[in-house]
Ligand binder design. Structure first.
Ligand SMILES: *Cc1c(COP(=O)(O)O)cnc(C)c1O
Length: 350
């Protein structure tokens, strides 16, 4: 983007902030006796020692991610889930009761919640009937206080990818941050926006280890952005935001690219199979195209189908009260055996 300047939208208090400086941060040399951080030098009451504070910048984990994604470590932030990255973006760039963010419903709920917690106004422009961007309405709705547009692609709960050219239009014309949430990118036919980081200074790409990587319990989310934006993240994050255990296990998990790719392939094949089988059911009105590990299914009576499945101990997500998702259930792709149980139960519905 031609004359976009991060500093122009960064909050004054963040610009002027002196970040917390930890013991490990202040000492840079080589040492063997660490009496600087008030840790317990004797060890941990566990088989494994966790008595030392973890690397505040998680360099080993970031290097492993960099190898896989091809994005430099300096352009990478790790958060306690993507949710931490979303919260930090709002806190860094939006003045409470003054600035606003734009979200594009139906979409992921955390953008709005994080804004509300920070007392930041949320503007809404619904996706159109194809669940794509309404660029005209977006242009009309943003004002001089709009700091961030959140674009979820593939979108949760609808499952589709947002047209690339439309996101590029936002990136090229919006004088604020465009956050592209790619939590489901591994299941998508579209390519990631991480290759565009050098092109657009106002781009932030969110990814996560919680979905395709199968590590939701570790709470590791990723933000890729310009070095200048990453410096802002690092300035205001809690010093040790990813714990030692999560760092070690994430690093271990990141060695298993082949296993993860196998799951991704199997999940997309199961997605195709489920779409085909669900289409045969009389009470299914529409199955939306999916680039994710879930499908949005429009039914004749969502609540009653939901309850029928719950009676069989199968839980799906009821989205029927979400505007533009009337009558819809969101169904995560399970293992082949789980998907069989789902289909069997649906075949027995009334
Ligand atoms: C699941 C999900 C995330 C991941 O959140 P984590 O905090 O990293 O687990 C982010 N964005 C969307 C749209 C999601 O559906």
């Amino acid at each position: 983007m031609s004359n976009f300047n991060i500093q122009s939208i960064l909050r004054e208090n963040i610009k002027n902030l002196t970040p917390y400086s930890s013991a490990r941060h202040e000492f840079k040399g080589k040492a063997s006796v660490f009496l600087d951080a008030n840790e317990n030098a004797y060890g941990s009451p566990l088989d494994k020692n966790f008595n030392r504070y973890p690397d505040p910048l998680q360099i080993s984990v970031k290097e492993a991610i960099s190898k896989i994604k091809g994005v430099p470590v300096a352009n990478t932030f790790l958060g306690n889930g993507s949710d931490e990255a979303i919260d930090i973006l709002i806190r860094a760039f939006c003045n409470p009761q003054h600035d606003n963010i734009l979200i594009l419903p139906p979409t992921y709920g955390m953008y709005e919640v994080a804004a509300a917690i920070n007392d930041v106004e949320v503007k809404h422009v619904n996706l159109n009937s194809e669940y794509q961007l309404d660029l005209e309405a977006i242009a009309e709705t943003i004002d001089e206080h709009t700091r961030i547009i959140f674009v979820c692609s593939p979108n949760n709960p609808t499952g589709n990818s947002i047209y690339r050219e439309d996101i590029e239009t936002l990136l090229a014309n919006f004088n604020g941050l465009v956050v592209v949430d790619e939590a489901y990118i591994n299941y998508s036919r579209q390519k990631s926006f991480i290759q565009e980081l050098t092109e657009y200074g106002n781009l932030v790409v969110l990814q996560t280890l919680s979905k395709a990587w199968g590590l939701a319990g570790l709470r590791v989310g990723i933000a890729f952005a310009s070095e200048e934006i990453i410096e802002v993240f690092n300035k205001i994050k809690p010093p040790y935001n990813i714990n030692q255990s999560s760092q070690e296990l994430a690093l271990e998990g990141l060695q298993q690219v082949d296993m993860v790719n196998k799951w991704i392939l199997e999940t997309t094949l199961e997605r195709d199979r489920l779409i085909e089988k669900l289409a045969e059911l009389t009470f299914v009105e529409k199955i939306y195209p999916s680039d994710a590990n879930f499908i949005l299914v429009k039914t004749k009576d969502a609540i009653s189908i939901y309850n029928h499945l719950a009676d069989h101990e199968i839980i799906v997500r009821d989205r029927s009260k979400v505007s533009l998702c009337e009558g819809c259930l969101r169904i995560t792709i399970g293992t082949p055996a789980e998907n069989d149980l789902l289909l069997e139960s649906l075949n027995n519905y009334k």
